[in-house]
Design a protein around this ligand. Structure first.
Ligand SMILES: Nc1ncnc2c1ncn2[C@@H]1O[C@H](COP(=O)(O)OP(=O)(O)OP(=O)(O)O)[C@@H](O)[C@H]1O
Ligand SMILES: [Mg+2]
Length: 408
């Protein structure tokens, strides 16, 4: 009899870490991705080329795999924000999942925020805007600064913090360009520490083992674009806000209709209160969930994600911290241009504080001006006994990469 098989939607660099966890659990892995050169294709037992954003093509790939003798016991993603594709496959194959309605609520920002509003969750003011003129009107009503963003994109594509009225027309077209449905929204800007959390809903209760402080040191450099430079755990604000985060995440997940599933939070501590920008029904991109969480506290979120996707009942104690260390993530932001050569990765990988490091670009690739998260060309995750040590290690390692770049 064929071994238990997990289907992972997405086969990029971070998915490879999920494939490795599934293998350590003794499972086979079937992956799908629209990029025929996805690194996960070489790691998994089986793969098929299908865009992660195309639910029907992904389901066809799964059915085809089964017709050819494969089995699928569960379906999931990590890092890729494609809850609808995952739910669609789960629904049609009779597998565990969050359901189509909840997946839609998690996919579209206006719909999500309307769900939050019904439960009176603490959150920024928001409004969809029909055109540039409407944007100006609502911006006047909310008052600057505001955040302008596409209603249905991800990876911070087109997300802009606007402090001056003259920048509003360009912000509208920048955001609209990233919306597959040409829809733009604005939000009140919430000042304050930004947090990213990783966790699960298990039978209607929220468990949030990882709270990261996100690093926005480059807000001015990339203005008006909101580009994050990693983050670190444990959070400075823990344990003061741990219970509040649990409660906000639970209410947010229930508002979307989720009783069991992955919950990743984008939160802000604003005027002393935890407010929710959005939640995602998958583990973070950016190596928060896959690498930094297990390094910092020993919790294997990917394993739990796989178990939930298989429909197994999960003991919440497996989300308890196993130890208290620290981890930090930092990205590289070289000048834009054509990559001639990048040196230093092999030394970084040998450093004892290095948990993970990867350069996403190859020689000859062009690094454009960075305006969003998928544009960041390299990452390092480092650990340390304390948060300060982990940050020092991550900065030291990422800064040791030597970029040879030709201006174009
Ligand atoms: N109203 C706001 N107030 C303060 N910060 C915000 C606001 N909206 C967005 N941000 C910051 O910008 C980040 C990206 O915005 P958002 O999550 O809406 O876009 P996204 O495309 O879904 O990005 P990602 O896929 O990284 O979550 C947020 O995680 C948050 O740090
Ligand atoms: Mg987000």
């Amino acid at each position: 009899m064929t071994k238990e098989t997990i289907m992972i939607i997405g086969a990029a660099q971070e998915h490879c870490l999920g494939i490795n966890v599934a293998h350590r659990m003794g499972m086979r892995v079937f992956v799908t991705d629209g990029n025929p050169r996805s690194p996960g294709f070489a790691l998994a037992e089986a793969f098929s080329v299908a865009s992660t954003y195309d639910p029907k093509a992904t389901l066809d790939a799964a059915k085809n795999y089964i017709e050819n003798g494969g089995r699928i016991d569960g379906v999931m993603t990590l890092a890729a924000d494609v809850p609808y594709t995952v739910a669609y496959v789960a629904e049609h194959l009779g597998l565990a999942g969050i359901g189509l309605e909840t997946a839609l609520n998690a996919s579209e920002k206006i719909r999500m925020k309307e769900c939050f509003l019904q439960r009176s969750l603490p959150m920024p003011l928001f409004r969809e805007v029909a055109n540039e003129e409407h944007l100006m009107q609502v911006a006047d009503e909310f008052g600057l600064p505001i955040v302008v963003k596409p209603v249905d994109s991800r990876g911070a594509r087109g997300v802009q913090l606007i402090r001056e009225r003259t920048l509003l027309p360009a912000a509208y077209s920048n955001a609209r360009q990233y919306s597959p449905t040409d829809r733009v929204m604005i939000e009140e800007y919430l000042p304050g520490p930004q947090l990213s959390t990783e966790g699960f809903m298990l039978d209607g209760e929220a468990y949030v083992p990882a709270i990261f402080d996100r690093n926005y040191e480059y807000l001015d450099r990339f203005a008006p674009f909101v580009v994050e430079n990693g983050g670190e755990m444990p959070s400075l604000y823990e344990p003061r806000i741990r219970d509040e985060i649990n409660s906000v995440m639970k209410q947010a997940a229930l508002a979307l209709g989720m009783e069991t599933g992955v919950i990743k939070g984008d939160l802000v501590v604003s005027q002393g209160q935890v407010k929710v920008i959005e939640i995602a029904a998958r583990l973070s991109g950016g190596f928060f969930g896959t690498v930094a969480t297990p390094a910092s506290c020993g919790v294997d979120l990917v394993r739990t994600n796989i178990e939930v996707s298989l429909g197994r009942s999960v003991d919440p104690h497996q989300l308890d911290h196993k130890y208290e260390r620290a981890a930090a993530i930092r990205f590289a932001f070289p000048e834009s241009g054509r990559v001639i050569h990048v040196d230093g990765l092999s030394e970084i990988l040998q450093d004892e504080s290095c948990c993970y490091a990867h350069v996403f670009v190859n020689e000859g690739d062009v690094i454009p001006t960075i305006t969003n998260h998928p544009g960041r060309p390299a990452v390092v995750v480092a650990d340390g006994d304390t948060r300060e040590d982990a940050v020092i290690n991550a900065n030291r390692l990422i800064n040791s990469l030597c970029w040879q770049i030709e201006q174009i």
